[in-house]
Ligand binder design. Structure first.
Ligand code: NDP
Ligand code: VSD
Length: 331
């Protein structure tokens, strides 16, 4: 009797999850002929994203501020297009724009860019900056700058494309957050907050745009070897370096390829490596279900992820204590 009850309940539970997963099914797409806009596409992760998108046959628009860097990436992209020689009509364009300055300017730029390469099919909100330092050392300007670029910049760009996506009943939007947008760590009070903000935005936005066949993805890369990362390291405090190192260092190429894959599948979250997987389980919260397998893994593994996180937090506390002692000694 007990066996039968457990069996019936398990089947009912699996059926329920299967129904939920099916209800959230996301159509697979490819990039061929799509208009892909990449913010911050002139350096680091964005640079490799632009390369990958052109290789896969998309019309590519790169947005960033510095014109020299934009011209360089444009030349590289033109060369790839010529080598692959698949479609000569593939459009490549660059636009010098500060995404954090004003919504009106951003909107006008997107209107211009859509006239030449067609309405935006895929928007990759990648441009971002980082400032590392203890809360008492960071200035109010730091907090405002990070929020303006990492959060509001993404809002302005997304608002510039979402109406047209809704009208066309098609669109994919990805936001590059960070593992530091899943957990807060020493030195990242300003940075983590600006990346956590994206989570709330994306959960609400996804719920609103799902009926229009628009899917939104949050990407959580670990430390990645880029010009931005090298610059960040100059001022990085010991505590932050030691804690961040526990999640390893990725290459911008592997991160870019992972991001493109997850956009094509329409995943809600995009992670890298075992730590990235565990962090997504730990922070699944109210993330929408995208497959039966993912949902089962989350349900089964959440307690384990919490236990590992507690052990890790203990380790981080030890690092902070040690650094604190060393600083007192140095004084
Ligand atoms: N590298 C890492 O360790 C990790 C990075 N990330 C995130 O990934 C994203 C890319 O990082 P990464 O490749 O290291 O960055 P880089 O500093 O190497 O490149 C940043 C790009 O963004 C552009 N950009 C910066 N500010 C603006 C702005 N206000 N308006 C328009 N474009 C801007 C830059 O061009 P220009 O200066 O000419 O405007 C550049 O093209 C960021 O969101 C970052 O937070 C997440 C996890 C790890
Ligand atoms: C159950 C959980 C286990 C997982 C362990 C995870 C360890 C967390 C380490 C945090 C790494 C933060 C990297 C930030 C990168 C970044 O955004 C900047 N470099 C940007 O320039």
């Amino acid at each position: 009797m007990l066996f039968e009850t457990v069996l019936i309940l398990s089947v009912a539970f699996l059926g329920f999850l299967y129904f939920l997963a099916k209800n959230n099914k996301r159509e697979r797409i490819d990039l061929l002929g799509k208009h892909v806009v990449i913010t911050g596409g002139s350096s680091g992760i964005g640079y490799d994203l632009s390369l990958e998108a052109v290789k896969q046959g998309a019309h590519v628009t790169v947005i960033a501020r510095n014109k020299d860097k934009l011209n360089k990436i444009k030349a590289v992209l033109e060369e790839i297009r010529q080598k692959s020689g698949t479609i000569n009509s593939q459009i490549i364009q660059v636009e010098s724009l500060d995404i954090s300055k004003s919504f009106e300017e951003t909107k006008a730029a997107f209107e211009r860019l859509s006239k030449t390469a067609g309405p935006v099919d895929i928007l990759i909100n990648n441009a971002g900056i980082s400032r590392c330092g203890q809360f008492s050392e960071l200035t109010i300007q730091d907090f405002e700058d990070l929020m303006r670029v990492n959060y509001l910049g993404g809002v302005y760009c997304t608002k510039s494309v979402v109406e047209s996506m809704k009208n066309r009943r098609f669109g994919r939007i990805l936001f590059v957050s960070s593992q530091a947008g899943q957990i807060g760590i020493f030195g990242y009070s300003a940075y983590s907050a600006s990346k956590f903000a994206l989570r709330g935005l994306v959960e609400a936005l996804q719920m609103e745009v799902k009926p229009y066949n628009i899917f939104v993805t949050l990407s959580f890369p670990p430390d990645t070897d880029t010009p931005g990362f090298k610059e960040e390291n100059i001022t990085k405090c010991e505590e932050n370096r030691l804690i961040s190192e526990s999640s390893g260092l990725s290459s911008s190429k592997e991160v870019a390829q992972g991001i493109i894959r997850s956009i094509k599948k329409g995943k809600f979250v995009n992670y890298f490596g075992l730590n990235g997987f565990l962090l997504c389980i730990l922070t699944a919260g109210a993330a929408p279900i995208t497959s039966l397998k993912d949902a089962l893994l989350e349900i089964i593994m959440m307690p384990l992820a919490r236990i590992i996180a507690l052990g890790l937090l203990f380790n981080f506390d030890t690092i902070v204590k040690k650094c604190h002692k060393n600083k007192l000694k140095a004084k």
